[in-house]
Design a protein around this ligand. Structure first.
Ligand SMILES: Nc1ncnc2c1ncn2[C@@H]1O[C@H](COP(=O)(O)OP(=O)(O)OP(=O)(O)O)[C@@H](O)[C@H]1O
Ligand SMILES: O=P(O)(O)OC[C@H]1O[C@H](OP(=O)(O)OP(=O)(O)O)[C@H](O)[C@@H]1O
Ligand SMILES: O=C(O)c1cccnc1
Length: 477
């Protein structure tokens, strides 16, 4: 699906009003950012940029979409949109400049993931789709990174499509889960569309379709001699393991090896230990034990703590639905307007809570590094850049500050990706994005990675920006 109608009605009514009031061409800057980290974690992983760029590039109203808009009526039965406005939409292409944090990067609250610059009408028409694409994928990539962190390097297979939030939720979740570190997916469309490695075992129905579990295993192994992981828990799990061993012996005689067994119920720690002992004693130390059953990062951490002998984790529902926090809460806020003299006027939205008041200016993020680790991110205004030492101030809690000495190594997080509606570079291979995620995670101090009560990474406003924002807030109040 790729349509300019993937938006909220108010974007179109505002567009009509901008157009009619003669302000449509005012140059603006919006930022897409979130205010709170998901899952009470210490970081988030940016994702969804590439689909967002594809959506922006493809943006154009087709005749039938314009016809639909022409059919919309007000409550007193007047056309909602004027014909001349719809004719204008018919010729419209988005000509936005986008600077973005590369997908797979670790990101933190208040930092723009995207900076969108262009006419206010164009920027507004992009809002809803950009939020939809970036919010969900960032959420799932973050969840996947947490699940994979709990698995501590053991492979995680994403098994979520059947319980995902609709067809597109399932497909984009598979993409994001792979970025976040999953080793493969059961979702065949995601394999085809994104080149994600496919993984899988078999279902209970296979075993139930035979009178005898042994026969079910043997038949499956015959059909898939080099791709057999036997689901052993349909009846008695440990008897199922014994039968899988019988099948494994038959396979070996024919020159093949059983790939694995899967446990999907009961006490996964105890059963995996028993199964491992049986497999090892029978001469099958390389047969992998896969576990599934409503797993998430906390259960995986607990099972590892219990010395479960699980080699591969199958994780579905809790991963692709981000079950403990089903939305990221990213927002898209106007931050600056260009004056007639070409200079930028910062704009701010006031809120009862200072942290929720928006951050004015055209923003960039400077990430500081020491000994290969990220030590802090300073959000600053590109029109009032800074050099040398600075203090990073948490907008949610200005007492929290981090001093950055002059000469500290730094990189600029937002990179230009689109100019006047055209992408600057080809799409990044998904593998590059996935590797970037691993590198980003390796660059965070371990306290930030832990699942519960993580250390808060110092991300906030460069002191000059903090002072200007405080001044603007003071004047408005
Ligand atoms: N050793 C363990 N420690 C912590 N949680 C576990 C352990 N073993 C299994 N679990 C988790 O406990 C939850 C319940 O599993 P259990 O198999 O008892 O119920 P179930 O899902 O209803 O089983 P079934 O699939 O047979 O209906 C699952 O999320 C499972 O992953
Ligand atoms: O628990 P999740 O993390 O979502 O992982 C996926 C689940 O989906 C399958 O169950 P399902 O009952 O749908 O099919 P089955 O009959 O093959 O077990 C599988 O056996 C897992 O239990
Ligand atoms: O291949 C599997 O084992 C699988 C696929 C989807 C859902 N649960 C398990």
């Amino acid at each position: 699906m790729n349509s300019p109608l993937q938006t909220d009605l108010y974007q179109l009514t505002m567009a009509a009003a901008y157009w009619q009031s003669g302000t449509a061409d005012h140059e603006s800057v919006f930022h897409l950012f979130f205010r709170r980290l998901p899952f009470q974690g210490g970081y988030a992983i940016a994702a969804g940029l590439e689909p967002a760029l594809q959506w922006l590039e493809a943006f154009r109203f087709r005749t039938e979409e314009l016809d639909y808009l022409a059919s919309l009526r007000t409550r007193n039965d007047h056309p909602l949109f004027r014909d001349d406005f719809l004719a204008y939409l018919g010729d419209l292409r988005l000509e936005l400049d986008i600077d973005a944090v590369p997908e797979g990067s670790a990101v933190f609250p208040h930092e723009p993931l995207l900076r969108v610059q262009g006419t206010i009408l164009h920027a507004q028409l992009a809002e809803t789709a950009l939020l939809n694409l970036v919010n969900f994928q960032t959420l799932v990539a973050t969840k996947a990174a947490r699940v994979c962190y709990a698995a501590a390097g053991e492979p995680v297979f994403e098994f979520g499509y059947r319980r995902a939030q609709g067809p597109d939720g399932g497909l984009t979740a598979s993409r994001a889960a792979w970025i976040g570190g999953c080793e493969g997916t059961s979702n065949v469309l995601a394999g085809h569309r994104y080149g994600i490695p496919l993984r899988g075992t078999h279902a209970h129905s296979w075993v139930m379709s035979f009178d005898d579990e042994q026969e079910a295993f043997d038949r499956y192994a015959e059909a898939m001699p080099d791709n057999s992981t036997m689901l052993v828990d349909t009846y008695d799990t440990l008897e199922g393991v014994d039968k899988a061993i019988v099948t494994a012996r038959k396979l070996r005689k024919q020159g093949h090896e059983l790939s694995g067994i899967r446990l999907d119920s009961g006490d996964l720690a105890w059963l995996s230990q028993q199964a491992r002992a049986k497999l090892d004693a029978a001469g099958f130390p390389d047969v992998k034990i896969v576990a599934s059953n409503d797993l998430d990062e906390h259960l995986i951490e607990s099972l590892r703590h219990q010395h479960a002998k699980i080699d591969v984790w199958g994780v579905g529902t809790n991963l692709v639905t981000a079950a403990d926090q089903p939305a990221l809460g990213g927002v898209y806020k106007l931050a600056a307007l260009r004056r007639d003299d070409g200079t930028w006027q910062p704009r701010i939205k006031l809120s009862e809570q200072t942290a929720k008041s928006s951050i004015p200016g055209r923003l960039q993020v400077r990430r500081f590094m020491e000994d290969g680790k990220f030590i802090g991110d300073a959000i600053y205004d590109v029109d009032r850049s800074f050099d040398g030492a600075t203090t990073i101030i948490d907008p949610a809690d200005p007492i929290r500050r981090k001093e950055i000495p002059a000469g500290t190594t730094a990189t600029e997080l937002l990179q230009p990706v689109m100019k006047a509606g055209r992408r600057i570079a080809p799409a990044e291979p998904l593998e590059t994005i996935r590797n970037r995620c691993q590198e980003s995670l390796a660059s965070l101090h371990t306290g930030i990675l832990r699942l519960k009560n993580p250390h808060a990474y110092p991300a906030g406003l460069e002191e000059g920006l903090h002072e200007r924002r405080e001044k603007m807030l003071g004047e408005l109040r």
